[in-house]
Structure formats: C-alpha cells, structure tokens
Design a protein around this ligand. Structure first.
Ligand code: DAK
Length: 258
C-alpha cells in the first residue's frame, strides 16, 4: 500500500516513519492517523525490525489533530466516529520500542503522539504544547494524563490551562524529553539509538518496556514483583545465555531474539 500522508523506510533494523503533510504542519487528520497505525502495525509484525522512529519535518513534528477536519463535528460524531481509540492508540499499544524524534512544533495531538512513544529525542528548535484550551476543548489523546506524569502537576496544569508552549531546553529540564540533539543530526541520532536497541535481545527489550510502563499502573510492591518475575523468566531465553557468556568471554553478544 502506498502512503500519502507519511513516508516509511527501513534503516538497518529500524523502521522510520516520517509524518508528511507539510501544507498543514503535519496536522493529524484521519488519513494520517490511519496510515501511521498501519505502518506501526507492519513494523510490529516484521521480525527484522527491533525499534521504530517517528519523526516529522524541521518545522513541525505535528501541530495537533487537524482542526479543520474536527471543527464541524457534533458530539455524537466525535464520540461515535471511533475518534477515541482504534488507530489513535496504535503507537501507545505497540510492544516494540518507538522513539519520537521531534523537531519544531509538537502541539496538541502532536505532543500527545510524541508522549505516547517510549521516549522523545528533541532538536534544539522543538516546541511542545497542549493548546486545546484555546480552541474551547481539552486534550483528548492522553495529554492531561501523560504530561502530568512526565513533568509534574504544576507545569502540566499551567501548560494545559494557558496553552503555553515549552521550548526544548525547558522540556529537557522538566523530563519530557530524554535529550536535545542538534537540529541537523536529529534523525540520524534517533536511528542510531533505535539500532542500538534493535541490537539487544527483543524479548528482553519488550519486557523491559513493559516493566517500565507498569510502573505507571501498579503500586511499587506490585511493580517490583512483576519486575522480578519477568527477570526470572528471561533465564528461559537463549539470549540470556549468550549475553552472559559473551561478557565472560570478553566478546560482543550476538542476540537472536530467542
Ligand atoms: N490543524 C489544521 N491545520 C493546521 C493546524 C492544525 N492543527 N496547524 C496548522 N495548520 C495549517 C494552518 O491552517 C496553515 O494552513 P493554511 O492556512 O496555509 O491553509 C498551515 O498549517 C500553516 O500554519 P500557520 O500559517 O498557522 O503557521 P504559523 O507558523 O504561523 O503558526 C502554529 C504555526 C503551529 C503556531 C499554528 O499553525 C497553530 O497554532 N496551529 C494549531 C495548533 C493547535 O491548536 N493544535 C491543537 C489542535 S487540537 C483525540 C485525538 C487528538 C486530539 C483530541 C482528541 N481523540 C482520539 C479523542 C487532539 C486535538 C488537537 O490536537
């Protein structure tokens, strides 16, 4: 299937999805969200792929859900058109790691999409915001939940109630992004990080991601128990034997995802 609103390529063992609606600053219309979900699900099913990068253009990762497409929706349409769920959740539900490489605007649904990835690498010109309040609505794709968890209540509340944007430096200080990368190097660095993850044992990677995600849903004690059980279970993999043998033999491990 040829895509019209995104481009998709494979670099090494990393799937790269580039949002591509430059005329609308990559606003997330239904077509784009559908294509993004299809591309993510294909990379999930592709055994050669160990990580995925989602990126946009230098000016915009994505300036939000498409306001022009949303503007005339009635309440039943908004509710019944599968506006919530389905394709909007494909990224958040993926088992393989997904890195957001954010340059320019990541606003509204664009910021929510970035936050639904496993971590965000930002370029120096990245700007994050949840300006839905200026449109008479509130974030609807996880913004009120994920931003609080990322930066704490004070900053999240201020941003959500005023629509203020946060520049890359503030976002890094606040813990929303893992690192700031020079503008020109963002995509290459994201792919390099993705390849580093793809070189690890995929079962261990998937379970590490799952354990970190559980920390948002469980008590500390439940989470610790989950982590320990997962830790034990990895001793059933060939990759654990290979990883530890490689350390002892002072050589590079070659994981086979088994
Ligand atoms: N939607 C549609 N078109 C957009 C857009 C958007 N979000 N953002 C920009 N564009 C379009 C502009 O209309 C303009 O198109 P033309 O007028 O040339 O045809 C073109 O992109 C260039 O934009 P500007 O001329 O405005 O460019 P500037 O550099 O002057 O300004 C800006 C850049 C990013 C500050 C500005 O474009 C802006 O404020 N954009 C809107 C940002 C925003 O409010 N975003 C939040 C949207 S609400 C849910 C899922 C998702 C959501 C909710 C629920 N469920 C699953 C339930 C999400 C909601 C939202 O994201």
């Amino acid at each position: 299937m040829a895509f019209e609103t995104i481009t998709v390529e494979t670099r090494g063992n990393v799937g790269v999805i580039t949002l591509d609606r430059p005329e609308a600053l990559n606003a997330l219309n239904a077509a784009l969200i559908g294509e993004l979900a299809t591309a993510v699900r294909r990379f999930e099913a592709d055994t050669a792929i160990g990580a995925v990068v989602i990126t946009g253009s230098e000016k915009a990762f994505a300036a939000g859900a498409d306001i022009k497409e949303m503007a005339d929706k009635t309440y039943p349409q908004a509710m019944l058109d599968d506006f919530i769920g389905g394709d909007w959740q494909a990224v958040g539900q993926a088992r393989k790691p997904i890195i957001a490489a954010v340059s320019g605007y990541a606003l509204g649904g664009g910021c929510e999409l970035a936050m639904s990835c496993d971590f965000i690498l930002a370029s120096e010109n990245a700007r994050f915001g949840l300006p839905e309040i200026t449109l008479g609505v509130i974030p609807g794709a996880g913004g009120t939940q994920r931003l609080v968890r990322a930066v704490g209540k004070a900053k999240a509340m201020e941003m959500i109630l005023t629509g203020r944007f946060m520049a890359a430096e503030e976002a890094e200080r606040a813990g929303l992004v893992s690192r700031i990368i020079p503008d020109a190097e963002l995509e290459d660095e994201a792919v390099k990080v993705g390849q580093k993850i793809a070189d690890m044992s995929l079962p261990a990677v998937i379970l590490a991601k799952s354990a970190v995600d559980r920390s948002f849903e469980m008590t500390l004690e439940e989470g610790m128990r989950y982590e320990r059980d997962v830790f034990y279970s990895l001793f059933a993999t060939e990759d654990q034997k290979e990883g530890m043998a490689a350390f002892v033999e002072k050589r590079q491990a070659r994981f086979r995802d088994r």
